[in-house]
Every structure is written in structure tokens, then in C-alpha cells.
Ligand binder design. Structure first.
Ligand code: ADE
Length: 294
């Protein structure tokens, strides 16, 4: 009798045709691939099983899978399928056709005010959703903010996210993790702990970067970057929009409980009411046409 080796609806590597390489790092390769049966395109993140066991990265990968699979919001990459073979793990993710927000900042030197305002607002909504899920991203930066074909954000890379305590494994109860130097909040450097408001610090860095092309705390040496962060040593260019300067000043606050958007500062409602966001249609942002960027 013929043996059935595949289950209907269960996808495998053979169901996809690889179109091109999208990105690569030490741990993973991301390719653009087409589902042969539907014609739809996906970004498939491929991880080498052997490398994962050698470097004990498996728990991080499992966590990333767990976090992304819980997210149901237009501003996050969606996990459509997962499967594995003897050698590799595969995560089939939605394809954000227009790539990283960083490329747009760099191509424009800095973003026009209306664009910076619009994308800041989308990030705020994404963070509000994460806050409701008790998830901290911990590595929010313009490389991890992708853009879809209609130019809305899709946040990715939850490999270093922090989950609510009940969903955490014993091995990760203490924090030794530090994200990308320039976006690291001071509490992680001084107390080795991140908290619900840690992503709001990164938001402050990203708003600054969109408007100036540079991160607020930069230096050739990571040591000096960290020094600048803990002493809040940054300056907004005097020509920067005043509402933006005020917002950045209220996000880049050393005490996480004093950051605009934190529970003690009135939560996301107060953040969304900041004058920088005047005119933003919070209810339907993901359906609006984003302002033009080049
Ligand atoms: N690079 C990494 N992940 C991606 C995604 N989901 N879409 C497009 N490019 C990517």
C-alpha cells in the first residue's frame, strides 16, 4: 500500500521556490521564496540545527517562534508556517517588500517631518500592542522595522524579546542580554534589567534618528556610547521641530518610570496625546496612505 508521507495543509521545504537571498547573519539565512501552490511570496528564515545545538541557541529560537506566533497585529511580521528537516529549521514569515526603515533614513539623509511623525506613530501603536501582551522587544531599531509593499511598518526579530514571567524558562530569568549598543536603555547598563518601558527609550532614539539621520548616542567606541547613555549626554539640533525635541526629551529619560508612555506617566494615552502627534488618526493608521518617502 502506498505510504502517505505528507499531511494536507502541512508545508515543507519542497512547497517553496527560492527567489533570492534577503539577508544573512551568523545564525540564520533569510530568503525570498514563492509558495508554489498559491503563488504567494514569503520571507523564509532558515536556521542550521547543528549550529543551534552547538551554540545553545535553540531556546532563543524557540522563544522567537513562540513570541511571533502570538502576535496578531498588522505592524508585526506574521509567522505563517514552521517546519524542519534533518539539517534545518524553517520559519515562513510575511514578506515585507520594501525592506528596512533604515535604508529609507539613509537614502534621504533624514526623513521629512511628516514621515517621521507617521512612522513614529505606527511604532507607538506597535509598542502599545506589545505592552498589552506583556512583551518587551528589547532590540527595537530601524533595521528591525521593515516596510510592506504599501509602506506600513512590520516589526521583526523577536529573538531577544522578553516574555511575561509565566512564559519564561528558568534559564532566562536574569538578564545578561544587551541589544544594539546605541539603542540600549540606561537601566540595562546600570541594573542589567529591562522593563516594560525599555522599548520607549529605543523609540526616543529612533524618532531622533529619523529626524537627524544619526542616533542620539553615538561614538566610535561602545564604551563611550554606554557612558553617554547612562549620563543622558545628547543634544537635539536647534533647528529640529520643537514638538519633536520635547517628545524626544520626554522619552530619553533615565528613570524608566518617568518616561512618557510608562504607566506612571499616564501610559500610551498620554504618549499619543503629545503635540508631536497632532493630526494622527490613531484608529485607522494602518489603513491610511503613508506620506511619500523616496
Ligand atoms: N528580511 C528579514 N526578514 C524579512 C521579511 N520578513 N521581509 C523582508 N525582508 C526580510
Amino acid at each position: 500500500m502506498e505510504k502517505f508521507t505528507s499531511v494536507p495543509n502541512k508545508k515543507g521545504p519542497d512547497d517553496f521556490m527560492v527567489a533570492k537571498l534577503l539577508g544573512e547573519d551568523e545564525e540564520s539565512t533569510v530568503v525570498l521564496a514563492q509558495d508554489v501552490s498559491s503563488g504567494k511570496y514569503y520571507a523564509i528564515k532558515i536556521l542550521d540545527q547543528e549550529k543551534l545545538s552547538q551554540e545553545d541557541k535553540l531556546s532563543q529560537v524557540k522563544k522567537e517562534q513562540h513570541v511571533i506566533s502570538r502576535l496578531e497585529h498588522p505592524f508585526f511580521v506574521k509567522l505563517h508556517y514552521t517546519f524542519e528537516d534533518e539539517k534545518r529549521l524553517y520559519f515562513v514569515l510575511s514578506y515585507a517588500k520594501n525592506g528596512e526603515l533604515l535604508s529609507y533614513i539613509e537614502a534621504n539623509t533624514y526623513l521629512p517631518l511628516e514621515c517621521a511623525k507617521f512612522y513614529s506613530a505606527e511604532i507607538v501603536l506597535a509598542l502599545e500592542y506589545l505592552y498589552g501582551m506583556h512583551i518587551i522587544h528589547r532590540d527595537l531599531k530601524p533595521e528591525n522595522i521593515l516596510l510592506t509593499d504599501d509602506m506600513h511598518i512590520q516589526i521583526t526579530d523577536f529573538g531577544t524579546a522578553k516574555l511575561p514571567p509565566e512564559n519564561r524558562t528558568n534559564s532566562e530569568r536574569t538578564t545578561s542580554f544587551v541589544g544594539t549598543a546605541e539603542y540600549v536603555p540606561p537601566e540595562l547598563l546600570t541594573t542589567k534589567r529591562s522593563c516594560a518601558s525599555s522599548d520607549l527609550w529605543a523609540l526616543g532614539c529612533i524618532v531622533y534618528q529619523m529626524l537627524t539621520g544619526k542616533t542620539p548616542f553615538h561614538d566610535d567606541s561602545e564604551y563611550f556610547v554606554f557612558q553617554k547613555i547612562v549620563s543622558r549626554d545628547f543634544k537635539c539640533p536647534p533647528a529640529m521641530n520643537e514638538d519633536a525635541q520635547d517628545l524626544i526629551g520626554k522619552l530619553l529619560v533615565v528613570d524608566p518610570d518617568d518616561r512618557l508612555g510608562s504607566a506612571r506617566q499616564g501610559g500610551f494615552d498620554r504618549l499619543k496625546a503629545h503635540p508631536f502627534f497632532r493630526g494622527i488618526n490613531w484608529q485607522n493608521l494602518h489603513k491610511e496612505t503613508p506620506p511619500m518617502m523616496h
